[in-house]
Write a protein that binds this ligand. Structure first.
Ligand SMILES: [Fe+2]
Length: 256
């Protein structure tokens, strides 16, 4: 690959297609690829970011001593309302995003710190590195957090983010998404992922979304529109459950 040449969307789409395993004979192989490929050439910067050596097991104690930690008293219920805290209402489609955090046996994971961050309705982040010519919204920062309840549920009120351009290739656009972090019981367990919206026309074109080869796993990243969550003249509703592995011991206030 010549790094000087900027790929077109057609180039990237062809690379994505070449890495897919469409045949039934490959089903088992694909099923083992429920996580994103760390080295996925259509996602250009993964070439420099992915580990090139086998991962090492290390004692997490030193990392945990110096890493961030959160007490439940730090989290205010208003932190889950991304439309609040400004002089006016943010622009865009107000949405409720809710769901449950479950372990791999389907049991609720209570007391989990969920953090989200996202672009505004115009597809722009409030971040110095995002300088593309879409407007910032003075009434929207785009970050929130909450703790899961006893049934593993979380709930955010926010604005539906817009798609945004990025520099992976010429005319590259990310599907609309919300970044999620599930903290786990310690910083070394943190899960970071993205939630998408149903029916996005950019799914097939996006090398980040497509870096997960298992089609069923990709579908699990897409929230479901739920009209029962939608509130008249207020907000539309989306439901998205998060299944985490190794979450048997839940984070509690005792772990301060
Ligand atoms: Fe993003």
């Amino acid at each position: 690959m010549n790094a000087e040449v900027v790929a077109s969307q057609d180039d990237i789409t062809a690379e994505i297609a070449a890495l897919r395993y469409p045949g039934a004979a490959d089903y088992r192989r694909v099923r083992d690829e429920a996580q994103p490929r760390l080295d996925y050439p259509p996602y250009r910067s993964s070439a420099l970011r992915h580990p090139k050596h086998r991962l090492l097991f290390v004692c997490p104690e030193a990392l945990e001593r110096g890493g961030p930690c959160f007490g439940s008293r730090d989290v205010d219920p208003l932190d889950a309302d991304l439309t609040a805290g400004h002089p006016g209402e943010p622009l865009g489609e107000r949405i409720i995003v809710t769901g449950r955090v479950l372990d791999d046996s389907g049991r609720p994971v209570a007391g989990q710190l969920i953090e989200i961050w996202q672009a505004n309705a115009s597809g722009r982040y409030r971040h110095q590195l995002d300088q593309h010519p879409a407007p910032l919204d003075p009434n929207f920062v785009g970050a929130g957090r909450c703790l899961t309840g006893p049934d593993g549920s979380y709930r955010f009120l926010t604005i539906k983010p817009g798609p945004y351009p990025w520099r992976n290739h010429h005319n590259a656009w990310r599907p609309a998404h919300i970044h999620f972090s599930v903290f786990g019981t310690a910083f070394t367990q943190r899960l970071v992922t993205q939630m998408y919206f149903p029916g996005d026309p950019l799914f097939d074109l996006d090398p980040i979304f497509q870096s997960i080869l298992d089609p069923a796993a990709r579908q699990r990243l897409i929230a479901r529109y739920d009209h029962d969550l939608t509130q008249p003249e207020y907000a539309t509703g989306y439901r998205w459950d998060i299944v985490v592995c190794g979450a048997r011991r839940t984070w509690t206030e005792d772990d301060d």
